[in-house]
Design a protein around this ligand. Structure first.
Ligand code: ZN
Ligand code: ZN
Length: 203
């Protein structure tokens, strides 16, 4: 079997077919109580918060995961999106997201997660990480503060220090410019990502 073809409703931990769901959030699925237990220390950071984020405040809001700088636990947040427009106002098919409430006005950088290298699976829906970039080092601008949440979700196995707040949003499928709602199970892919991927260097 080609392990890169594992469907997304496979066990978050080991990719085997699932036989049980988390009773609390009814979202993450596992093959066994053993894998559920292995996921729990991460899963519990968001599990009880999903219920309050089941219904968007409006049709143009998408559920995202926010990783604050100085808090250990990530948060679900709503991010407004709208169809992008050409210079003449013509509406396009792809989405523009408004990150300012969570990331502020500074310049943004992006990183696409397409694959979970730790668990050897393709992501059915890509995850977009958005973070701040600064002209660090020039004009006396100090570096952004280290993001403690990334270290916590990666259990200290993050291979580099990410800085500033980070927002994770789920795309609809692959190579898509449409945003969907991020789910509980995406938290495992997110945590694994920091254990194998270097932070983008500030320029
Ligand atoms: Zn499993
Ligand atoms: Zn749960």
């Amino acid at each position: 079997m080609d392990s890169s073809q594992v469907p997304s409703k496979s066990c978050s931990i080991c990719n085997e077919p699932t036989s049980l769901k988390c009773k609390s959030c009814s979202s993450s699925a596992y093959c066994s109580p053993k894998c559920q237990k292995e996921d729990w220390s991460l899963h519990k950071l968001l599990c009880s918060r999903l219920a309050a984020f089941s219904t968007p405040p409006g049709t143009n809001f998408r559920r995202a995961i926010y990783l604050p700088i100085h808090e250990k636990a990530p948060k679900f947040v709503w991010v407004p999106v709208e169809k992008s427009r050409l210079w003449d106002g013509e509406i396009q098919d792809d989405d523009d997201a408004d990150f300012t409430e969570w990331l502020g006005e500074r310049r943004f950088g992006f990183r696409m997660m397409k694959r979970n290298q730790v668990r050897n699976r393709e992501l059915e829906n890509e995850i977009q990480l958005t973070f701040k970039v600064t002209a660090y080092g020039s004009l006396g601008i100090p570096p952004l503060e280290v993001n403690e949440c990334t270290g916590h979700v990666a259990k200290g196995k993050n291979i580099s220090l990410w800085r500033g707040p980070i927002l994770a949003m789920k795309m609809v499928g692959k190579d898509s410019e449409l945003y969907g709602h991020i789910d509980m199970e995406d938290l495992r892919d997110l945590a694994d990502f920091f254990t194998v991927t270097n932070a983008v260097m500030e320029m």
